[in-house]
Design a binder for this molecule. Structure first.
Ligand code: AMP
Length: 423
């Protein structure tokens, strides 16, 4: 019987490690530049945490959670996202008693039982930023700028920021009533999924991927016409900052998108997404917004917050397009020319490694086959170990990436070898 990775999951293979690291490094270092610190929470939590925060009527909670009863009878879910987990941790560990705002970032796998397709998986990774404890639009701008800097470091082109404001919960209530009035005129034209949304959560009709609904939504009332003056000032303040950014960075583009409401229940005021020109779900690189009510909903003190989550796979897939050959991951392959010297070879390999030279000893085969091995794995060099080399206390080296140039290096000059291989 042959097993396969479960549907919607995949393996990260050794030749992809560099790309994954590159994305992770860009995220972590940018976050650190803005004074953010790493937080890690469990991969599973009590199911109630997500029901309460993401929202019971959302696709995520209704259809997509990997939930089960554990052996102790607890209802557990694999995390479908991590804002809820970070907020739970913030409250549980008393982070509200530290200097606020808490600037946090996380990275790790998330799980959603979605229909697998390009850019959509059942296990995927997110990097996320949460800035907890500051209500000003300055930090909305800060998190939007962090995301922009990450996408720039990764050389994404043609990225656009979509932005909207949902106002506060009172505004949302008024707006939802207006939306209902509007969509009730078209109820019979809406597809079944959106008729259901009309009953349970009308705001989400604007999130619909159905062509008909998108068309009907074009004339729907706009959130910005319904938000309170306080929310409007917040929004305008943020827009001023974005204008300023676009005046100094010609690549930065944004647009106010009245249909952007984001799927989860906990957002208020600012919501945003960065999209690339790839079509479909693959196009949305990251999304986020303000979620001021969330910490209180979870039993903490009233603490405003804003953040985003970025899909790592989408960034990795984009970068992978530019990778063709496998990069060399080994500096030296030891070619043992005399079988009696195997023991000495392991010692020499260890000396090389202690000088940060990545080393493999070729398999016990003919010299020709050992050389073929070194070439096949793209090693930077072949290091010959024979009686004469040992007697002279030197290494005889072929630089495979430099037209097989031949050099000799004294055994006590391995730093020099490291420099040559990594220059
Ligand atoms: P969300 O948590 O739904 O706001 O998504 C934030 C980001 O995570 C999206 O913009 C995607 O880049 C990524 N993402 C969400 N769901 C998936 C999925 N099923 N597979 C891969 N990436 C995803």
């Amino acid at each position: 019987m042959r097993f396969q990775a479960p549907r919607g999951t995949f393996d990260i293979l050794p030749n992809e490690e560099d790309t994954w690291n590159q994305v992770q490094h860009a995220c972590f270092e940018t976050a650190r530049l803005f004074g953010y610190r790493y937080i890690e929470t469990p991969i599973f939590e009590e199911s109630g945490l997500f029901e309460r925060t993401v929202g019971e009527d959302t696709d995520i909670v209704e259809k997509e959670m990997y939930s089960f009863e554990d052996k102790g009878g607890e209802n557990i879910s694999l995390r479908p996202e991590n804002t809820a987990g970070v907020c739970r941790a913030f409250i549980e560990n008393g982070l509200h008693n530290t200097t606020l705002p808490s600037r946090l970032f996380y990275y790790g796998p998330m799980f959603r039982y979605e229909r697998p397709q390009s850019g959509r998986y059942r296990q995927f990774h997110q990097f996320g930023i949460e800035c907890i404890g500051d209500e000003s639009p300055d930090v909305d701008y800060e998190v939007i700028k962090i995301a922009w800097d990450i996408l720039n470091t990764l050389n994404f082109s043609n990225v656009i920021l979509n932005i909207n404001s949902l106002g506060d919960s009172q505004d949302r209530f008024l707006y939802t009533e207006e939306l209902k009035k509007y969509f009730s005129k078209y109820l019979n034209d809406l597809p079944k999924v959106d008729q259901l949304r009309f009953e349970r959560s009308p705001l989400r009709i604007l999130d619909s991927k159905e062509e008909v609904t998108i068309k009907i939504s074009e004339e729907a009332p706009k959130t910005l016409d319904f938000i309170s003056s306080e929310s409007l000032i917040h929004h305008e303040n943020l827009i001023q900052n974005l204008e300023q950014l676009s005046s100094i960075d010609e690549k930065f583009q944004y647009k106010i998108n009245n249909r952007l409401v984001r799927g989860l229940d906990y957002y208020n005021k600012t919501v945003f997404e960065y999209t690339s020109d790839s079509s479909g779900p693959q196009g949305v690189l990251l999304g986020g917004g303000r979620y001021d009510p969330l910490i209180k909903i979870l039993g903490g003190q009233d603490t405003p917050a804003v953040g985003f989550a970025m899909g790592i796979e989408r960034a990795v897939n984009e970068l992978k397009k530019n990778i063709d050959i496998e990069k060399n991951y080994v500096d030296a392959v030891l070619i043992v020319t005399d079988e009696d010297l195997r023991i000495q070879s392991t010692q020499i390999a260890n000396s090389l490694r202690s000088h940060q030279i990545k080393t493999i000893i070729a398999p016990r085969k003919s010299i020709k086959a050992q050389m073929r091995f070194a070439n096949n794995i793209n090693s930077k060099s072949a290091v010959f170990i024979g009686k004469s080399e040992l007697e002279d206390n030197k290494l005889s080296i072929k630089l495979l990436q430099k037209k097989s140039e031949q050099i000799d290096i004294a055994m006590d000059d391995l730093n020099q070898l490291n420099k040559i291989l990594n220059s």
